[in-house]
Every structure is written in C-alpha cells, then in structure tokens.
Write a protein that binds this ligand. Sequence first.
Ligand SMILES: [Mg+2]
Length: 231
Amino acid sequence: MNTKFKVIAFDADDTLFVNEPYFDEAEEKFCALLSDYLSKQSISQALFQTQITNLPLYGYGIKGYILSMVETAYSISNHTVSTKVMEKIIEIGKELLQKPIVLLDGIEETLQQLHQHYKLVVATKGDLKDQHRKLHLSGLGPFFHHIEVMSEKEELDYEKLLKRLEVEPHEFLMIGNSLKSDVLPVLNIGGTAVHVPFHTTWAHERIDHEIIHNHFYTAEKASDIIELLDL
Ligand SMILES: [Mg+2]
C-alpha cells in the first residue's frame, strides 16, 4: 500500500464504536409493540421503507428514525395506534440516544499509534449532537484533528471534505465498515479505502457486488491497519 497519506479518515458507527446492534434492538422492541397489527417481518419492511422514503427529508440518525417509527406505527395500524404505544416509541428513540459507547476491539490502540504519524479525522453521517456525544464519551476525541458530520457520503461530499482538508485524493485514506458509504465513493474520486467489516450492516448500506480495485483493502480488525501501513 502507498503509505504517503496526509489524512486518514475514520467512519464512526460500527467502525469506532458499536451502533447497528442498538438499532436492531430498537427495531425488535418496535415490532413487539405493534405485533397486534402485522408480523415482525412485515413491520420491519414497512419501517425500512418509511426510513428510505424519509432519508432525503430527515437525513441519517436517531431523530429521523424516531419520526419514521411514528409514521410507520400510524400507517400499519390504520391510525388506530394508542397514545400509550406512541409514548413507548418515543421512549425507544430516547433510549437509543443514551446507549453506552462500546469501542470496537483494538480501536483505541490503533488510533494511538496512527495519530503519531498521520492527521486523523472522523467522517460520519448521523445527527450532529448525537455523533458529538458519542465521540466525547468514547474518549477518542483527542486522537482526531477534525470531526466531519456529513449529510451524505457520496463522491461530491468526499470531494468537498478533501478540499476543506486541503488534501489530494491520492493523499487520503478512508477506513470504515460500509462498502457503500466508506469505500466506493472514496475509490471513485481517486482515494484509498480500507474496509473493516462489522458483523451486522444496515440493509441500506449493503451492496451486492464484489469490489476489485487496486486502492481497495480489507482488514479483519482495526489493528490490521497498522500492518497495512507498514508501521
Ligand atoms: Mg459505519
């Protein structure tokens, strides 16, 4: 691997700390709340559909997720859902906003080592306040030079980020768990990407084809990045 990067960017959710399992848990609770109306699978599908439809309006993150749960509950109950259930849905959302921060294996040691050699940044989607909360509580903040909460992670968004950081694509390495958001757009603009898979991925972030590219790497765990960079 070319190791002359000026900036190494990390995704946050399911790259630095646990995220998707909390959403899975919330969805389980949501389905249980509405089990009088539909099967678990149908409720999940309806919620996913509402989320995708709402993404252009709400963006990513828990607050938009809460509104999508509310909307889905109204729709699948044909507007008969009780205020008690609505209250529980808001509660599920608030719980999500207060989940403990669980760092992924080896991430702290990896950042500790990398930040002595490279400028590190966080490039994440999600709610601004929630991402700042998580980074603050994670204790990882001091390793990072900059935290970018992006509304999308597409080519143009990365191009803007690189411009702001004053780096060229070949000087930029992105590390993350999503092939769709952390890998493909970065490769497409001429950057380098390392995929560190997490055991579960949101359906919206999955892609169904293999990536073959000479600036694309896979690491089983964060600490493997140290070796990839010959440190
Ligand atoms: Mg992620």
